[in-house]
Design a protein around this ligand. Structure first.
Ligand code: NAD
Length: 497
């Protein structure tokens, strides 16, 4: 089966270059995705450009009604969407349903467009003068998305972009493109006119064609940090607005006074859910004090015996395979390097065998103790089901460790001490903070984004920041003089003095 593009409301495929799409549980190529050439990307941008003048003039309330319908279609077709996610990404149905629900919440937020785009008005800023600010659409905008959330991350972007009056070109991950394409088709079925939302599948060539086209006014990117950094540099060099969200290394501090059983169950889900392939995955537990660390490792080791790894079809599984064979081998390499550099492998996921899925790209849950900040496994984003424990003596040392790490996406503290928690939240150099909450992914009506090398750009994804990102402010100052009132010429700066 071949997966093409969605341009101007039509499924198209130039049929030149393809890449295999795998079912990672089977370890087999099951489909092929078309890799768009610059000419195909050009067609998508032209379709978006042509649709823009009419679309921007449709009242926001009518654009929002399409989003209401889109939400209903996403819910109606949730089983199919989760199946597509499972087949190509590998995440278990219950986790795919969570991804979809988080995406739907962004569509719900987009339904508030008439309220969000209301603007600001001041009457009588001067004699007979009124002034208002309005938020106008940018034109053609683009989104480039990662493999790990093939539905949720596109839904962070295009609903808000189009409801603000823009036309959109989406470039999903080439590793699991079907679910992204399918939800775009549902958005058209909901009533988006042809050309308002286009999908081009492909790789770097397609991305480069988007970045270099002057008709694309803004780019939202989510993916790994090296690519995010390069996309931000290129897009802004071409004069585009850009937000580029990158990788992460999320630490949880476990304080001596924490409810340890709660911390263990929360850590398990946040470290191993979705095979650790979440940018908010908790991959480092920083235990304060050796007795906390000993108890934590002991309880984690016991609890990990209940983890069940397998294919997406069995909802009793905790998590599925990782995305590719290369990624599986890379994760194994990180475990081996931690071992070589002196860490202690408490639970080793390298030897996992899943009956019936012997060729699948599985990695079992892995727990590594006595990890130190100089180890390469500590520095890198492993993006797999690997939880590393670092031991420190004080909360200050734990916070310094987090602040010194190049990434600053998410973090969390487990404690019963409100003063410590407040100090942590106030001072830690990380964009999204949890207090006894392991995955502090903001809800749709807040915005999502990390600090340091986890985000390049000024505005975060979705929520209120998305309204600002996908619009430009225009401020109009207007005078309708009252009868007989005329102002003379003034060469001074106008003031209200
Ligand atoms: P990736 O950077 O490999 O790919 C992301 C997108 O960029 C894909 O669409 C891909 O086709 C494209 N791409 C890849 N290489 C490119 C290049 N050289 N030039 C131009 N485009 C290129 O990321 P991935 O492996 O798909 O996703 C995993 C990464 O995404 C992890 O690092 C994870 O932390 C990060 N992520 C971050 C967030 C966040 O919100 N900060 C959310 C999800 C994932």
């Amino acid at each position: 089966m071949k997966i093409g593009h969605l341009i101007n409301g039509e499924l198209v495929d130039e049929g030149v270059a393809y890449q295999d799409v795998f079912n990672p549980a089977l370890g087999e190529a099951v489909k092929q995705v078309s890799l768009a050439s610059p000419a195909t990307v050009e067609q998508a941008i032209s379709a978006a450009e042509a649709a823009f003048p009419a679309w921007r003039n449709i009242p926001a309330v009518k654009r929002a009604r399409i989003m209401f319908r889109f939400k209903e279609l996403l819910e109606q077709h949730s089983e199919r969407i989760c199946q597509l996610i499972g087949e190509e990404h590998g995440k278990i149905a219950h986790d795919a349903a969570g991804e979809l629900q988080r995406g739907i919440e962004n569509v719900e937020y987009a339904c508030a467009a008439p309220e969000l785009l209301k603007g600001e008005f001041s009457r009588n800023v001067g004699p007979d003068i009124d002034s208002w600010s309005e938020f106008q659409a940018l034109g053609v905008v683009a989104g480039i998305t990662p493999f790990n959330f093939p539905v949720m991350v596109p839904l962070w972007m295009f609903p808000m972009a189009v409801v603000c009056g823009n036309c959109f070109v989406l470039k999903p991950s080439e590793r699991d493109p079907s679910a992204s394409l399918y939800i775009a088709q549902l958005a058209l079925e909901a009533g988006l006119p042809p050309g308002v939302l286009n999908v081009v599948n492909g790789s770097k060539t397609a991305v480069d064609a988007i970045l270099s086209d002057s008709r694309v006014k803004a780019v939202s990117f989510v993916g790994s940090t090296p690519v995010a950094e390069s996309i931000y540099a290129t897009a802004t060099a071409y004069g585009k607005r850009c937000q580029a969200l990158g990788g992460a290394k999320n630490h949880a501090i476990v304080m001596p006074d924490a409810d340890l059983d709660n911390a263990v169950s929360q850590l398990l889900g946040a470290a191993f859910g979705s095979s650790g392939e979440r940018c908010m995955a908790l991959s480092v537990a920083v235990a304060v004090g050796d007795s906390t660390a000993d108890a934590l490792v002991d309880k984690l080791q016991q609890a990990m015996q209940d983890i069940k790894v397998g294919a997406y079809t069995d909802s009793s599984n905790s998590f599925g395979p990782v995305i590719t064979r290369e990624h599986q081998q890379k994760i194994f390499g990180h475990i081996a390097s931690a071992q070589q550099q002196g860490a202690s492998i408490v639970v080793d996921g390298r030897e996992i065998r899943v009956p019936g899925y012997e060729q699948g790209f599985f990695v079992g849950g892995t727990l590594i103790d006595k990890v130190t900040p100089d180890m390469s496994s500590y520095c890198a984003e492993i993006f797999g089901p690997v939880l590393q424990v670092v031991r420190v003596d004080t909360m200050e040392q734990a916070m310094a460790l987090i602040d010194q790490h190049e990434y600053g996406n998410g973090t969390c503290i487990f404690t019963r001490d409100g003063e410590a928690a407040r100090f942590f939240a106030d001072n830690i150099q990380v964009g999204m903070v949890g207090i006894n909450i392991p995955l502090p992914v903001p809800v749709a009506y807040h915005s999502f984004g990390g600090w340091k090398r986890s985000l390049f750009g000024d505005l975060h994804a979705y929520g209120p920041d998305a309204v600002r990102f996908y619009t430009k402010r225009k401020t109009v100052t207007q005078r309708w003089p009252s009868a007989g009132v005329r102002e003379g010429t003034s060469f001074s700066m106008p003031t209200m003095k």
